[in-house]
Design a protein around this ligand. Structure first.
Ligand code: AMP
Ligand code: ZN
Length: 487
């Protein structure tokens, strides 16, 4: 089953490439982590569900995985290029708290979402501020040949490396000049796309987070952090670097330029000169009303979904139904459908578990063939949509023994990560925060209604249904899932 070669779309070459590890038997993956100035929205979490599917697939294929996800607690400005304020400093000022407290609070909130979405822990959460010395050493090693000093900091001259911006479609394709023009121009910059790798604290000011450096007291640029942590923890070149598609435009081209400078490498016709063999990007989760935002409208945090009665793994299911390279539109109807699908699967797994010990295996079974097909699809650039239907087919397969089917589910779920062997039907039934009745009250009312119906007392039965309806409980007669009610 694991024989099909894993093919992944490399954003740098725009080609599907067979995964061949740099170090035999190993897979080293770096994922750009969150900037911990606020809660992550569910769009951000799509990036980590995607990275998790990648990591799980590599593990399932037998590679010894080292996955690094960083925590950005310094240096990310409100604009991905060089404009605006430091996101962390801005939030700390708004909340009148120390940056360190802000970072701690939102890092923990991020980890809670990671856990709720059954995303596996990486080998290390690398925190940017733990690598300041290494960042200064990295910057020093490239400063003379590739950087220049302005009043506001040390800048990287993008004309000193070959193929700058190859990753960014907009910069290399049509509209390149237009796109370059959008990048903020700091007085004295040699090229519009040049970026600060060290930002000096303006004279007369102090920042909450600042360090001494050969270029003055200040803080590292955001792009420098990922170059340094990738190099330190995984070594250049490592196998795969991931992030959301927005990173294809500025953050990753800048990381790549620094990596080329550090390696003393040539152009990007050789992908490994970029620091990684493969660069992968997940597409965005979008809202009908526009780009997902932490400030405008309803802030779509995972906790909001739970408050409304959705199990977090319903959101994971929603992500898996789409290919990671496709844009995914968020809607509450879509989330409800994903939850219903997850409930059906969980109930089928519960039934299988109940039967698995008692019914002996059959001699001829279709399960291995289905598992092979599952593997083929996952290996095709992490297609998760079709594998979900294969999982459902195995669950409803009558010809194979429950035990064998259950083992197949376990294998498939090691890749999909829906926690199918542990979830129960009751886990998935979450009471919305604003619900006016308790589960016990609902169940008691439904029992009374059942008795009334059995006695053909339809007036009472209807009255009970209406009164539940007023409290926001919808009674679902004839629900094939046997779910009977939803709030
Ligand atoms: P940030 O904390 O802004 O650095 O973002 C964390 C991760 O979320 C990055 O990999 C972004 O590319 C990704 N991201 C941001 N918005 C979305 C979205 N709406 N859908 C999917 N990924 C996103
Ligand atoms: Zn990064």
């Amino acid at each position: 089953m694991t024989d099909t070669p894993l093919k992944l779309l490399n954003s740098l070459t725009r080609q599907l490439e067979v995964f061949e590890p740099v170090h035999p038997g190993e897979a080293r993956v770096y994922t750009c982590g969150p900037t911990v100035y606020n809660y992550p929205h569910i769009g951000n979490m799509r990036a980590y569900v995607f990275a998790d599917i990648l990591g799980r697939t590599l593990s399932w294929k037998g590679y010894d995985l080292t996955h690094i996800i960083n925590i950005t607690d310094v240096g990310h400005l409100t604009d991905d290029a060089d404009a605006g304020e430091d996101k962390m400093e801005k939030m700390a000022a708004q909340k009148a708290q120390s940056i360190w407290d802000i970072a701690k609070h939102y890092t923990e909130a991020f980890w809670a979402d990671v856990k709720a979405l059954n995303i596996r822990e990486p080998a290390k959460w690398s925190v940017a501020t733990d690598y300041i010395d290494e960042m200064i050493a990295f910057a020093k090693s490239i400063a003379e040949e590739h950087c220049y000093l302005l009043d506001s900091g040390l800048y990287f001259d993008v004309s000193t490396v070959e193929d700058y911006g190859k990753l960014a479609r907009a910069v290399t394709g049509e509209g390149a000049e237009e796109s370059r023009g959008r990048i903020d121009t700091v007085e004295g910059k040699r090229n519009a796309a040049d970026f600060a790798i060290w930002r000096k604290t303006p004279a007369g000011e102090t920042r909450q987070m600042e360090w001494d450096s050969p270029w003055g007291r200040g803080a590292p640029g955001w792009h420098l952090e990922c170059s340094v942590m990738g190099e330190k923890l995984l070594g250049f070149p490592f196998d795969i670097h991931t992030g959301g598609i927005d990173h294809r435009e500025i953050h990753h081209p800048n990381e790549i330029a620094q990596n080329q400078a550090f390696c003393g490498c040539g152009g990007l016709d050789v992908a490994t000169h970029s620091g990684a063999r493969i660069w992968m990007h997940n597409n965005f989760l979008v809202e009908r009303s526009g780009k997902m935002s932490k400030s405008a409208g309803e802030f779509l945090r995972l906790q909001l979904l739970v408050d409304k009665g959705y199990h977090p793994l319903a959101y994971r299911m929603m992500c898996l139904q789409a290919h990671y390279r496709s844009e995914l539109e968020f809607s509450w109807e879509g989330l409800s459908a994903a939850l219903t699908r997850l409930k059906r699967i969980v109930m089928a797994v519960e039934q299988l578990k109940a039967k698995a010990e008692t019914i002996p295996p059959t001699s001829h079974s279709e399960v291995p063939r289905y598992l092979n097909t599952f593997g083929d699809w996952i290996s095709d650039d992490l297609n998760t949509g079709v594998p979900l239907t294969i999982l459902e087919q195995i669950l409803s397969m009558k010809s194979a023994a429950p035990k064998e089917r259950l083992q197949a589910v376990e294998i498939m779920d090691s890749v999909l990560g829906l926690d199918l062997l542990n979830l129960s039907r009751t886990d998935l039934r979450i009471r919305p925060k604003n619900a006016q009745v308790t589960e016990e009250e609902i169940e008691a009312e439904l029992l009374r209604r059942k008795e009334a119906r059995a006695a053909k007392d339809f007036a009472t039965s209807d009255a009970i249904r209406d009164s539940l309806g007023e409290k926001g409980v919808e009674v679902m007669d004839g629900d094939p899932l046997g779910w009977e009610w939803k709030v």
